[in-house]
Design a protein around this ligand. Structure first.
Ligand code: G3P
Ligand code: CA
Length: 280
Protein backbone atom coordinates (compact mmCIF):
# COMPACT_ATOMS: atom_id res chain seq x y z
CA UNK A 1 0.00 0.00 0.00
CA UNK A 2 2.83 2.36 0.97
CA UNK A 3 4.52 1.42 -2.31
CA UNK A 4 1.34 2.39 -4.24
CA UNK A 5 1.06 5.74 -2.49
CA UNK A 6 4.67 6.44 -3.42
CA UNK A 7 3.86 5.65 -7.06
CA UNK A 8 0.92 8.07 -7.04
CA UNK A 9 3.03 10.82 -5.49
CA UNK A 10 5.76 10.25 -8.07
CA UNK A 11 3.19 10.39 -10.90
CA UNK A 12 1.73 13.67 -9.58
CA UNK A 13 5.22 15.13 -9.27
CA UNK A 14 6.06 14.01 -12.80
CA UNK A 15 2.95 15.67 -14.32
CA UNK A 16 3.43 18.86 -12.34
CA UNK A 17 7.04 19.15 -13.48
CA UNK A 18 6.62 18.28 -17.13
CA UNK A 19 3.11 19.45 -18.04
CA UNK A 20 2.60 22.69 -16.12
CA UNK A 21 1.62 24.65 -19.23
CA UNK A 22 -0.84 21.96 -20.33
CA UNK A 23 -2.60 22.22 -16.98
CA UNK A 24 -2.62 26.02 -17.16
CA UNK A 25 -4.04 25.87 -20.69
CA UNK A 26 -6.99 23.86 -19.45
CA UNK A 27 -7.70 26.61 -16.90
CA UNK A 28 -7.31 29.32 -19.54
CA UNK A 29 -9.71 27.61 -21.90
CA UNK A 30 -12.41 27.79 -19.30
CA UNK A 31 -11.70 31.38 -18.29
CA UNK A 32 -11.38 32.79 -21.83
CA UNK A 33 -14.95 31.83 -22.67
CA UNK A 34 -16.21 33.02 -19.32
CA UNK A 35 -14.22 36.21 -19.37
CA UNK A 36 -14.73 37.64 -22.89
CA UNK A 37 -15.09 41.25 -21.95
CA UNK A 38 -18.55 42.39 -22.94
CA UNK A 39 -18.80 46.10 -22.30
CA UNK A 40 -21.57 47.12 -19.97
CA UNK A 41 -22.88 50.40 -21.42
CA UNK A 42 -25.51 52.34 -19.48
CA UNK A 43 -28.04 53.86 -21.85
CA UNK A 44 -28.50 57.62 -21.24
CA UNK A 45 -26.71 56.75 -17.99
CA UNK A 46 -28.33 54.17 -15.72
CA UNK A 47 -31.67 55.50 -16.91
CA UNK A 48 -33.69 52.72 -15.31
CA UNK A 49 -32.66 54.13 -11.93
CA UNK A 50 -32.18 57.87 -12.44
CA UNK A 51 -33.40 60.53 -14.90
CA UNK A 52 -31.88 59.92 -18.35
CA UNK A 53 -28.98 62.04 -19.58
CA UNK A 54 -28.35 63.73 -16.22
CA UNK A 55 -25.29 63.72 -13.99
CA UNK A 56 -27.28 61.60 -11.52
CA UNK A 57 -27.77 58.90 -14.17
CA UNK A 58 -24.11 59.00 -15.21
CA UNK A 59 -22.91 58.79 -11.58
CA UNK A 60 -25.28 55.87 -11.06
CA UNK A 61 -23.78 54.11 -14.10
CA UNK A 62 -20.30 54.45 -12.60
CA UNK A 63 -21.55 53.27 -9.18
CA UNK A 64 -23.12 50.24 -10.87
CA UNK A 65 -19.79 49.38 -12.55
CA UNK A 66 -20.70 50.09 -16.16
CA UNK A 67 -17.54 50.46 -18.21
CA UNK A 68 -19.22 53.13 -20.35
CA UNK A 69 -22.34 55.22 -20.47
CA UNK A 70 -24.20 56.48 -23.52
CA UNK A 71 -25.53 60.04 -23.92
CA UNK A 72 -27.33 62.10 -26.59
CA UNK A 73 -26.11 65.45 -27.85
CA UNK A 74 -28.15 68.32 -29.33
CA UNK A 75 -27.37 72.02 -29.77
CA UNK A 76 -28.93 75.12 -28.20
CA UNK A 77 -29.93 78.24 -30.16
CA UNK A 78 -26.63 79.86 -29.23
CA UNK A 79 -24.49 76.85 -30.17
CA UNK A 80 -23.92 75.10 -26.81
CA UNK A 81 -23.78 71.30 -26.96
CA UNK A 82 -26.35 69.99 -24.51
CA UNK A 83 -27.09 66.44 -23.36
CA UNK A 84 -30.72 65.54 -24.03
CA UNK A 85 -32.42 62.82 -26.07
CA UNK A 86 -35.46 64.52 -27.62
CA UNK A 87 -35.39 67.47 -29.98
CA UNK A 88 -37.79 69.22 -27.57
CA UNK A 89 -37.47 69.70 -23.80
CA UNK A 90 -41.15 68.80 -23.25
CA UNK A 91 -40.95 65.15 -22.13
CA UNK A 92 -38.03 65.30 -19.69
CA UNK A 93 -38.18 68.82 -18.21
CA UNK A 94 -40.61 71.37 -16.80
CA UNK A 95 -40.16 73.53 -19.93
CA UNK A 96 -41.45 73.45 -23.48
CA UNK A 97 -40.00 74.07 -26.90
CA UNK A 98 -37.35 72.86 -29.29
CA UNK A 99 -33.79 72.66 -28.01
CA UNK A 100 -32.59 74.53 -31.10
CA UNK A 101 -34.92 77.46 -30.28
CA UNK A 102 -33.79 77.86 -26.63
CA UNK A 103 -30.64 79.60 -25.48
CA UNK A 104 -28.26 77.78 -23.17
CA UNK A 105 -29.27 80.07 -20.28
CA UNK A 106 -32.92 79.11 -20.80
CA UNK A 107 -32.04 75.40 -20.94
CA UNK A 108 -29.88 75.66 -17.82
CA UNK A 109 -32.92 76.86 -15.83
CA UNK A 110 -34.92 73.70 -16.50
CA UNK A 111 -35.59 70.88 -14.05
CA UNK A 112 -34.63 67.62 -15.79
CA UNK A 113 -35.12 65.35 -12.78
CA UNK A 114 -38.71 65.68 -11.53
CA UNK A 115 -40.26 63.92 -14.55
CA UNK A 116 -38.52 60.77 -13.28
CA UNK A 117 -39.10 61.19 -9.56
CA UNK A 118 -39.31 63.92 -6.91
CA UNK A 119 -36.09 62.56 -5.46
CA UNK A 120 -34.25 64.02 -8.47
CA UNK A 121 -35.88 67.46 -8.49
CA UNK A 122 -33.38 70.08 -9.60
CA UNK A 123 -31.24 67.86 -11.84
CA UNK A 124 -30.06 69.91 -14.81
CA UNK A 125 -29.53 69.28 -18.51
CA UNK A 126 -25.74 69.11 -18.59
CA UNK A 127 -23.51 70.40 -21.36
CA UNK A 128 -21.30 67.89 -23.15
CA UNK A 129 -18.27 69.74 -21.78
CA UNK A 130 -19.48 69.39 -18.19
CA UNK A 131 -19.96 65.64 -18.63
CA UNK A 132 -16.53 65.20 -20.22
CA UNK A 133 -14.92 67.16 -17.36
CA UNK A 134 -16.73 65.22 -14.64
CA UNK A 135 -16.09 61.75 -16.09
CA UNK A 136 -12.71 62.05 -17.80
CA UNK A 137 -10.65 59.12 -16.49
CA UNK A 138 -13.65 57.66 -14.63
CA UNK A 139 -15.79 56.12 -17.39
CA UNK A 140 -15.93 55.40 -21.08
CA UNK A 141 -18.44 57.59 -22.92
CA UNK A 142 -20.51 56.67 -25.99
CA UNK A 143 -21.58 59.97 -27.53
CA UNK A 144 -24.60 59.91 -29.84
CA UNK A 145 -25.04 62.86 -32.19
CA UNK A 146 -28.73 63.57 -32.70
CA UNK A 147 -30.55 65.31 -35.54
CA UNK A 148 -27.55 66.24 -37.60
CA UNK A 149 -29.75 68.08 -40.12
CA UNK A 150 -30.91 70.56 -37.42
CA UNK A 151 -27.39 71.27 -36.20
CA UNK A 152 -24.95 72.01 -39.02
CA UNK A 153 -21.36 71.86 -37.79
CA UNK A 154 -22.12 69.69 -34.75
CA UNK A 155 -19.39 67.19 -35.71
CA UNK A 156 -16.64 69.85 -35.57
CA UNK A 157 -17.96 71.18 -32.25
CA UNK A 158 -17.92 67.72 -30.65
CA UNK A 159 -14.44 67.11 -32.04
CA UNK A 160 -13.29 70.43 -30.49
CA UNK A 161 -14.72 69.48 -27.07
CA UNK A 162 -12.74 66.22 -27.18
CA UNK A 163 -9.45 67.58 -28.48
CA UNK A 164 -9.43 70.55 -26.07
CA UNK A 165 -9.50 68.01 -23.21
CA UNK A 166 -7.01 65.64 -24.83
CA UNK A 167 -9.78 63.03 -25.02
CA UNK A 168 -9.26 62.32 -28.70
CA UNK A 169 -6.48 59.76 -28.19
CA UNK A 170 -6.92 56.09 -27.39
CA UNK A 171 -6.49 55.75 -23.63
CA UNK A 172 -7.89 53.83 -20.71
CA UNK A 173 -11.30 55.41 -21.01
CA UNK A 174 -12.93 54.73 -24.31
CA UNK A 175 -14.67 57.48 -26.26
CA UNK A 176 -16.87 56.43 -29.18
CA UNK A 177 -19.07 58.71 -31.29
CA UNK A 178 -22.16 57.21 -32.96
CA UNK A 179 -25.22 58.28 -34.94
CA UNK A 180 -28.15 57.01 -36.98
CA UNK A 181 -27.00 59.57 -39.54
CA UNK A 182 -24.19 57.71 -41.28
CA UNK A 183 -23.11 60.69 -43.36
CA UNK A 184 -22.56 62.57 -40.11
CA UNK A 185 -20.29 59.74 -38.93
CA UNK A 186 -18.29 59.85 -42.16
CA UNK A 187 -17.86 63.58 -41.58
CA UNK A 188 -16.82 63.07 -37.96
CA UNK A 189 -14.34 60.36 -38.97
CA UNK A 190 -12.74 62.68 -41.52
CA UNK A 191 -12.44 65.46 -38.89
CA UNK A 192 -11.11 63.30 -36.06
CA UNK A 193 -10.02 59.82 -37.22
CA UNK A 194 -8.41 58.98 -33.85
CA UNK A 195 -11.85 58.71 -32.24
CA UNK A 196 -13.75 55.57 -33.29
CA UNK A 197 -17.24 55.96 -34.71
CA UNK A 198 -20.29 53.72 -34.76
CA UNK A 199 -23.27 53.50 -37.07
CA UNK A 200 -26.65 53.04 -35.41
CA UNK A 201 -29.31 51.02 -37.20
CA UNK A 202 -33.02 50.79 -36.55
CA UNK A 203 -34.67 47.39 -36.82
CA UNK A 204 -35.14 46.21 -40.39
CA UNK A 205 -36.52 42.79 -41.31
CA UNK A 206 -34.12 42.82 -44.28
CA UNK A 207 -31.08 42.72 -42.00
CA UNK A 208 -27.79 44.30 -43.08
CA UNK A 209 -26.32 43.56 -46.51
CA UNK A 210 -22.68 42.78 -47.30
CA UNK A 211 -22.55 45.99 -49.34
CA UNK A 212 -23.68 48.04 -46.31
CA UNK A 213 -21.17 46.36 -44.01
CA UNK A 214 -18.42 46.92 -46.54
CA UNK A 215 -19.39 50.59 -46.77
CA UNK A 216 -19.53 51.06 -42.97
CA UNK A 217 -16.10 49.42 -42.62
CA UNK A 218 -14.56 52.29 -44.62
CA UNK A 219 -15.01 54.67 -41.68
CA UNK A 220 -16.72 52.93 -38.75
CA UNK A 221 -15.43 50.64 -35.99
CA UNK A 222 -18.86 49.74 -34.62
CA UNK A 223 -22.16 48.64 -36.12
CA UNK A 224 -24.79 49.11 -33.43
CA UNK A 225 -28.20 47.77 -34.43
CA UNK A 226 -31.45 47.35 -32.60
CA UNK A 227 -30.90 44.28 -30.39
CA UNK A 228 -33.63 42.33 -32.19
CA UNK A 229 -31.48 42.20 -35.32
CA UNK A 230 -28.47 40.49 -33.76
CA UNK A 231 -27.89 36.77 -34.17
CA UNK A 232 -24.77 34.60 -34.46
CA UNK A 233 -24.61 35.05 -38.22
CA UNK A 234 -24.75 38.86 -38.14
CA UNK A 235 -22.25 38.96 -35.27
CA UNK A 236 -19.80 36.88 -37.31
CA UNK A 237 -20.30 39.00 -40.42
CA UNK A 238 -19.65 42.23 -38.46
CA UNK A 239 -16.50 40.66 -36.97
CA UNK A 240 -15.39 39.48 -40.43
CA UNK A 241 -15.29 43.15 -41.41
CA UNK A 242 -13.17 43.81 -38.30
CA UNK A 243 -15.86 45.87 -36.68
CA UNK A 244 -17.54 45.33 -33.30
CA UNK A 245 -21.14 45.60 -32.18
CA UNK A 246 -22.98 47.17 -29.24
CA UNK A 247 -26.68 46.35 -29.69
CA UNK A 248 -29.39 48.43 -27.98
CA UNK A 249 -31.50 48.79 -25.89
CA UNK A 250 -31.73 46.04 -23.29
CA UNK A 251 -34.54 46.46 -20.77
CA UNK A 252 -35.10 42.86 -19.62
CA UNK A 253 -32.94 40.08 -18.22
CA UNK A 254 -33.81 37.61 -20.99
CA UNK A 255 -32.44 39.89 -23.72
CA UNK A 256 -29.31 40.56 -21.67
CA UNK A 257 -28.72 36.82 -21.22
CA UNK A 258 -29.25 36.16 -24.93
CA UNK A 259 -26.67 38.78 -25.94
CA UNK A 260 -24.21 37.70 -23.25
CA UNK A 261 -24.39 34.10 -24.52
CA UNK A 262 -24.01 35.22 -28.10
CA UNK A 263 -20.80 37.06 -27.16
CA UNK A 264 -21.52 40.53 -28.54
CA UNK A 265 -18.89 43.19 -27.80
CA UNK A 266 -21.01 45.47 -25.66
CA UNK A 267 -24.58 45.79 -24.47
CA UNK A 268 -26.40 49.11 -24.22
CA UNK A 269 -28.91 48.92 -21.39
CA UNK A 270 -31.07 51.03 -19.10
CA UNK A 271 -30.34 48.46 -16.34
CA UNK A 272 -26.60 47.83 -16.00
CA UNK A 273 -27.20 45.19 -13.33
CA UNK A 274 -28.76 42.91 -15.99
CA UNK A 275 -25.48 42.80 -17.89
CA UNK A 276 -23.45 40.65 -15.56
CA UNK A 277 -21.60 37.76 -17.23
CA UNK A 278 -21.11 36.15 -13.82
CA UNK A 279 -24.88 35.66 -13.46
CA UNK A 280 -24.80 33.21 -16.39
O1 G3P B 1 -27.27 53.94 -28.16
C1 G3P B 1 -28.33 53.54 -28.92
C2 G3P B 1 -29.63 54.16 -28.60
O2 G3P B 1 -29.45 55.22 -27.71
C3 G3P B 1 -30.34 54.61 -29.80
O3 G3P B 1 -31.65 54.99 -29.56
O4 G3P B 1 -33.46 56.61 -29.32
O5 G3P B 1 -32.34 55.73 -27.30
O6 G3P B 1 -31.17 57.35 -28.77
P1 G3P B 1 -32.16 56.23 -28.69
CA1 CA C 1 -29.12 57.48 -27.68
Amino acid sequence: MKKCLGCILMAVLFFTMFFPSGMALADDEVSTKDQKQILNISHRGASGYAPENTMAAFEKAVDMKSEMFELDVQMSKDGELVVIHDTTVDRTTDGTGEVKDLTYDEIAELDAGSFFSEEFEGEKIPTLGEVLDQFKGRSGILIELKSHSKYPGIEQKVADELTSRNMDKPNNNKIIVQSFDHESMETFHSILPSVPVGVLLNYSPDGISEAELSDFAQYADYVNPNKDMIDADLLERIHDFEMETHPWTVRDQESADYLLNLGVDGIITDYPDYVDPHKQ
